[in-house]
Write a protein that binds this ligand. Structure first.
Ligand SMILES: *Cc1c(COP(=O)(O)O)cnc(C)c1O
Length: 432
């Protein structure tokens, strides 16, 4: 099999003969045991992705904070916490999850444009490493709440450096017109305000310019602008402890060439050293690149429909299980779980749209894929470890999928499939 045809999650997802395997476990066995649709993660793939950051950071003053909105299953968070990861959270719910999974509060950074009072209070009480503040209003609110609680909030300003991350507009966040961050032109002013506010301790600066980024230049452009800001701040007597360059490194879905973290980190450290800022702790917030290719979504073909100009494979997974195709027009690889090489598989190869059972034309998972399919075949939707299960919902009163984690020849059920009853158990009818 050529490199490009190898599974995106290789070598952790690979073929043993005609059988798709997750590490040492056959994916068809998983489907038989846990049913479909089913999210399957590889622990070894998570570890390898973690090491791709941890290795180049050995002996560096740095902290990786997993952007946990990409995949927040407790078992996934628990692994990262054990390996020494911090967490980038965007809600009070994520704070609770991270703590439950064993995160150290002083490794948690709190991002997000709309932090509510209860979330700010909970983060202060937990003792997070810092608030990545995204507006002056938010800064004033944090100051007020911290003062009322009689504590001090560590803050970093999320600066919007106005660079184009050259990615999908929905996941580009570092441009002037995005809702994120504080415009770099006024950042020094806001730092000066922060310096005199009660209950506030300035600790850092951060930016996050987008997601699925496959070029280094946007990062270096953003970093250069942040360092220029730090020069200005130094002149104002404001000194920081850390610099956070956010997340956003891309993965291979189709034919992208992702940047190795080591390559980016070398360039970042070189720039920090040349500008005299290597005393700063470097913080990173990778999400997708730590989990994306560590997961697949396994689904079973229900029906085949052959129209004049289109062939449809109707599968048991849908947009409620994996939203990315319909939300971002995202491309995910589709692999047969059992390669149809047997004489028993008589189906001819056709071009299919892989669609779900939901009553929406947007309910598709992949388009125009050359496949040999017959009813009840299993398919694996690749690169589903990031922004997969976490974005899933219950539209059409469909229970959310089960999630399993494979570790060598062991399999752990890390979230059982929801039951139909659970979906409306807390709803109340009106009195009759
Ligand atoms: C989403 C997000 C991340 C993670 O982004 P990836 O593209 O998944 O690496 C990191 N930081 C912030 C502030 C985010 O919103």
């Amino acid at each position: 099999m050529s490199e490009l045809n190898a599974p995106a999650g290789a070598p952790f997802f690979h073929y043993d003969g005609a059988q798709l395997m997750a590490e040492s476990v056959s994916v068809s066995e998983l489907a038989a045991r846990f049913g479909t649709p089913l999210y399957v993660y590889s622990r070894a793939a998570l570890k390898a992705a973690w090491e791709s950051y941890a290795q180049p950071l050995t002996n560096r003053n740095a902290l990786v904070c997993f952007g946990m909105k990409a995949n927040s299953n407790l078992a996934v968070l628990q692994q990262f916490a054990q390996w020494g990861s911090g967490f980038d959270i965007v809600s009070g719910g994520e704070l609770a999850r991270a703590l439950k999974a064993g995160a150290r509060p002083d490794t948690i950074v709190f991002s997000g444009v709309g932090k509510q009072d209860w979330e700010i209070e909970a983060a202060l009480q937990a003792g997070v490493k810092c608030f990545n503040v995204e507006s002056t209003d938010e800064l004033e609110r944090i100051s007020l709440i911290a003062s009322q609680l009689g504590c001090t909030a560590p803050v970093s300003l999320r600066v919007n450096p106005d660079v184009d991350a050259k990615t999908h507009p929905y996941i580009s966040t570092g441009l002037k017109d995005n809702k994120f961050g504080i415009a770099i032109e006024i950042a020094a002013e806001v730092y000066q305000r922060a310096a005199v506010l009660p209950g506030i301790r300035i600790v850092g600066v951060d930016c996050h310019i987008g997601s699925q980024i496959t070029q280094i230049e946007p990062y270096l452009d953003a970093l250069e602008r942040l360092l220029n800001l730090l020069d200005t701040l130094a002149g104002l007597g404001i000194r920081l402890e850390h610099l956070d360059i956010g997340g956003g490194l891309g993965i291979r879905y189709q034919d992208e060439t992702p940047i190795a973290p080591a390559l980016l980190l070398d360039a970042v450290f070189a720039m920090l050293e040349s500008r005299g800022y290597d005393y700063l702790q470097l913080v990173l917030e990778p999400g997708r690149s730590l989990v994306g290719n560590a997961g697949i979504l396994v689904t079973r073909v229900q029906y085949l429909k052959h129209h004049e100009s289109k062939n449809f494979a109707i599968v048991d997974a849908a947009m409620n299980d994996l939203l990315r195709p319909t939300l971002y027009d995202a491309w995910h690889g589709v692999l047969p779980v059992l390669c149809p090489t047997d004489a028993s598989h008589t189906a001819q190869s056709r071009v299919y749209d892989i669609v779900g059972p939901i009553c929406e034309s947007g309910d598709w998972l992949a388009r125009d894929r050359q496949l040999r399919l017959q009813q009840n075949d299993l398919l694996a939707i690749e690169s589903a470890g990031a922004y997969g299960f976490v974005m899933s919902g219950q539209y059409n009163t469909r229970p959310r999928c089960a999630e399993v984690m494979v570790d060598g020849d062991q399999t752990y059920l890390i979230r059982p499939r929801e039951t139909v009853e659970q979906l409306f158990a807390s709803e109340q009818m009106l009195p009759v």
